[in-house]
Design a protein around this ligand. Structure first.
Ligand code: G3H
Ligand code: 13P
Ligand code: ZN
Length: 304
């Protein structure tokens, strides 16, 4: 049985830890995440973007997640990340997702409230949780051009939550998506987070939270990647954010880096080997290491 975001995050908020939400795009990524979570007895959120759905197909993703949930005795949430297309959101709600994000952050405050309420109407009728977003998280995603961070205003956050009834709120406090978060490590606006926390009771969500670990950048680069000067969120700042009320932490970029490093390593060190299981198997191992490390960092190990 899949768990809902609402249940899993309510426990996290009470226990003062965060649940990791990791982006799934294929079988190896899904296995890396679910094996890491099962090994550490951690609740986990398996999330797919509209880009992941376009790549893999919603039904394939759904079946793989269902299999992971059957195999592992831990709470697993199946979540739509950055839902923007109302038809896809509706399809997800009717097709086994236990949680959806409506990303109305590019809209006006009023329009964001309006569309978020509409999705909540559809979702709650089916027992599906809803994550909303207020403020703009920076960075580049497949469906979004580079955009600036617009920090979340604490009073508007209160009004947004009261008017919509969202189950969780994504806020902008200085993170951005992707591997190039800022020149010099980003600093999270923890004072702003504290002000939001004072006014808002629902669990808070941190997007763009990858830490871009040095060892992965070095490994990928050693085997031929050209990554320039990537920069992630320092791990101590993530822990500070969790201490101050963040209950869901999103990671995609670190998985992409681990995948890249693993594939490059096998291709470079065993050029005679063209078995996809060896090439993707190493990528899966490195991704599992990343997820295990982050679960420990977030404090969710042993909370299943
Ligand atoms: O925000 C989430 C991702 O890092 C972007 O993923 O390329 O699947 O849209 P995407
Ligand atoms: P990263 O790009 O920092 O991994 O953020 C992922 C994310 O927020 C997915 O919604
Ligand atoms: Zn995101």
């Amino acid at each position: 049985m899949l768990a809902t975001l609402k249940d899993v995050l309510a426990k996290a908020q009470k226990g003062k830890y965060a649940v990791g939400a990791f982006n799934v795009n294929n079988l190896e990524i899904l296995q890396a995440i679910s094996r890491a979570a099962a090994k550490l007895k951690a609740p986990v959120i398996l999330q797919t973007t509209e880009g992941a759905i376009a790549y893999a197909g919603m039904n394939y993703l759904k079946c793989m997640v269902a299999q992971a949930a059957q195999e592992h005795d831990i709470p697993i949430v199946f979540h739509l990340d950055h839902g923007k297309d109302l038809a896809i959101i509706k399809q997800a709600i009717n097709n086994g997702y236990t949680s959806v994000m409506i990303d109305g952050s590019h809209l006006s405050f009023e329009k964001n409230i309006e569309v978020t309420k509409k999705i909540i109407g559809w979702a709650h009728a089916k027992g599906v949780s809803v994550e909303g977003e207020l403020g703009t998280i920076g960075g580049v995603e497949e469906n979004i051009a580079a955009r600036k961070i617009l920090y979340t205003d604490p009073d508007s956050a209160k009004e947004f939550v009261e008017q919509t009834g969202v189950d969780a709120l994504a806020i902008a406090i200085g993170t951005s998506h992707g591997a190039y978060k800022s020149a010099g490590a980003p600093r999270l606006d923890i004072d702003r987070l504290k002000e939001i926390r004072k006014r808002v009771e629902v669990p808070l969500v941190l997007h763009g939270a990858s830490s871009v670990p040095d060892w992965l950048v070095r490994t990928a680069t050693h085997f031929g990647a050209r990554l320039g000067k990537p920069e992630g969120v320092p791990e101590d700042q993530l822990q500070e954010a969790i201490k101050n009320g963040v209950a869901k932490v999103n990671t995609d970029t670190d998985l992409r880096l681990a995948f890249d490093a693993g594939v490059r390593e096998v291709i470079a060190t065993a050029p005679q080997d063209f078995d996809p299981r060896h090439i993707l198997g190493r990528a899966r191992e490195l991704m599992q290491q990343v997820v295990e490390h982050r679960i420990k960092l977030f404090g969710s190990g042993g909370k299943a």
